[in-house]
Design a protein around this ligand. Structure first.
Ligand code: ZN
Length: 141
């Protein structure tokens, strides 16, 4: 095996995705709430709870949207068009959470700082949880 091919990561390394929707003031939080409802109405996802203060690597209040790989081609473009001018992070969930946030991150709008050094570089001490959808969409995206 040559060194170049060893560095190529297959997309099968991706187990699922997260999107994080950030807000820093009351007006942004209001728009984040609208976006949250719109996502829940349209997509089968796992909506995380409101995080009113920074948690983990995140330096702003936010909530998380966890979703399966099959949903990426629908949800991510929808967020591009409808993100309410909020900063949005989309990252894959592989076996390397630090790299997922630091290197493999996809940002919409403002790129916010993340405390990536605190994240594990292996899945063994940061196990992936299966996505358990908690939305009941009734509107076509
Ligand atoms: Zn995440």
């Amino acid at each position: 095996m040559n060194p170049t091919s060893a560095a190529v990561a297959p997309i099968s390394n991706i187990h699922s995705y997260h999107s994080h929707i950030y807000f820093n003031d009351a007006a942004q939080r209001e728009r984040a709430a609208i976006l949250r409802d719109q996502v829940a109405e349209r997509f089968t996802v796992q909506l995380g709870r409101w995080r009113e203060t920074p948690v983990g690597p995140h330096t702003s209040p936010m909530y998380q949207i966890a979703f399966d790989i099959a949903l990426f081609p629908a949800l991510v473009p929808w967020l591009m068009l409808n993100r309410q001018d909020l900063a949005v992070l989309v990252h894959p969930n592989t076996d390397n959470p630090r790299r997922d946030h630091a290197t493999h991150a996809l940002w919409m709008g403002q790129v916010l700082p993340l405390h990536t050094a605190m994240l594990s570089e292996s899945i063994t001490d940061d196990p992936l949880r299966p996505i358990e959808p908690n939305t009941t969409p009734g509107i076509a995206a």
